[in-house]
Ligand binder design. Structure first.
Ligand code: ZN
Length: 250
C-alpha cells in the first residue's frame, strides 16, 4: 500500500487495528547513471523493492505502507556529472530522524529502509541514522546489501563491485520502468569491469577516478527485465524478512 496515494483515514484505521504497522521508506538519489538510465534510477529501484516487500508483508498479515520516496542523498562520487544533486550527510540524516520521530509518535512499529544507493557516504549515513532511530525506540529494518551476507543473494555483477548503471541496475529499471531506459544507447556501451568497491577501498572519490568516465560500471548491454524481476524478488525478500524479524523483537 502506497501511503502517499491513500487518504489519512486508511492509515488511521490500520494503526487502530491492533496489529503492527510497518513503514517502508524508499531511499534513492539524483545521480548520473550512464548515458542510458535516468538520474533517478535509484529511486525507481528502491520504490520497486519497497512495493514488492510491502506486498509480501501484507500477504503475511502485517500492515506495511510504502512511504513517498526520498530522492536526495549524499552522492559525491557522481557530483562531477550534470544533473547529479548531492546533499550533505548531516542534512540527509536529519530528515530521516524527523520522519522516524513522526512515525513513532503515530504508533508505527517499524521503519524499513529500502536503499539502493551505495555511495559509501550514503551507506555510512544510513547506518548512523538507523542506530539513532533505534535509540528513539523505533525498530529499524535496514537490509544493507553492501554487507557480504546479503550481497551474495544478488547477481555476480553486483558482487564484483562493477555495478553502477550496469547489468544489475539496468535490468531493475527495465523490469519496472522500461519507458525510462534508452535501450539503443545501453546496448551500444562496452563492458566496464572496473570495480567500484576496489576503487572505494583505494580512496578514489569520483567515478572518473574509479574508472567510470561515463558514469557506468558493469555491462549495461546484458541487461534484461527477467533478471531485474529476480533481483527485485531477492531484495524485497531480504527487506520483508528483516521487518518480520524486527517486529518479533531485537
Ligand atoms: Zn544506482
Amino acid at each position: 500500500m502506497n501511503l502517499g496515494e491513500r487518504p489519512w483515514t486508511t492509515v488511521r484505521d490500520a494503526l487502530a487495528s491492533g496489529g503492527p504497522v510497518a513503514a517502508i521508506l524508499p531511499l534513492g538519489a539524483v545521480e548520473a547513471h550512464g548515458p542510458h538510465l535516468p538520474l533517478c534510477t535509484d529511486v525507481v529501484i528502491s520504490d520497486g523493492m519497497a512495493t514488492r516487500a510491502a506486498a509480501m508483508l501484507n500477504a503475511q498479515g502485517v500492515h506495511a505502507f510504502v512511504l513517498p520516496p526520498i530522492a536526495y542523498a549524499p552522492a559525491g562520487y557522481a557530483s562531477e556529472f550534470a544533473g547529479t544533486i548531492s546533499i550533505g550527510a548531516t542534512t540527509a540524516k536529519a530528515v530521516l530522524i524527523d520522519i522516524a520521530r513522526a512515525l513513532k509518535d503515530q504508533g508505527f512499529a517499524c521503519l524499513a529502509f529500502a536503499n539502493s544507493h551505495f555511495d559509501p557516504a550514503n551507506v555510512t549515513m544510513l547506518r548512523a541514522a538507523a542506530a539513532e532511530i533505534e535509540e528513539l525506540g523505533l525498530p529499524v529494518a535496514f537490509p544493507d546489501f553492501t554487507r557480504r551476507a546479503l550481497a551474495t543473494t544478488l547477481t555476480d555483477e553486483f558482487q564484483s563491485g562493477a555495478c553502477h548503471a550496469g547489468q544489475f541496475e539496468t535490468s531493475l529499471v527495465l523490469a519496472d520502468r522500461a519507458d525510462l531506459v534508452d535501450r539503443p544507447s545501453g546496448a551500444a556501451l562496452p563492458d566496464n569491469p572496473s570495480s567500484l568497491v576496489e576503487a572505494f577501498a583505494r580512496g578514489a572519490t569520483t567515478f572518473a577516478e574509479a574508472g567510470g568516465p561515463d558514469a557506468y560500471f558493469g555491462s549495461p548491454s546484458r541487461a534484461s527485465p527477467a533478471e531485474g524481476e529476480q533481483s527485485f524478488a531477492a531484495m524485497a525478500a531480504a527487506l520483508s524478512d528483516l521487518v518480520l524479524a524486527r517486529l518479533k523483537g531485537p
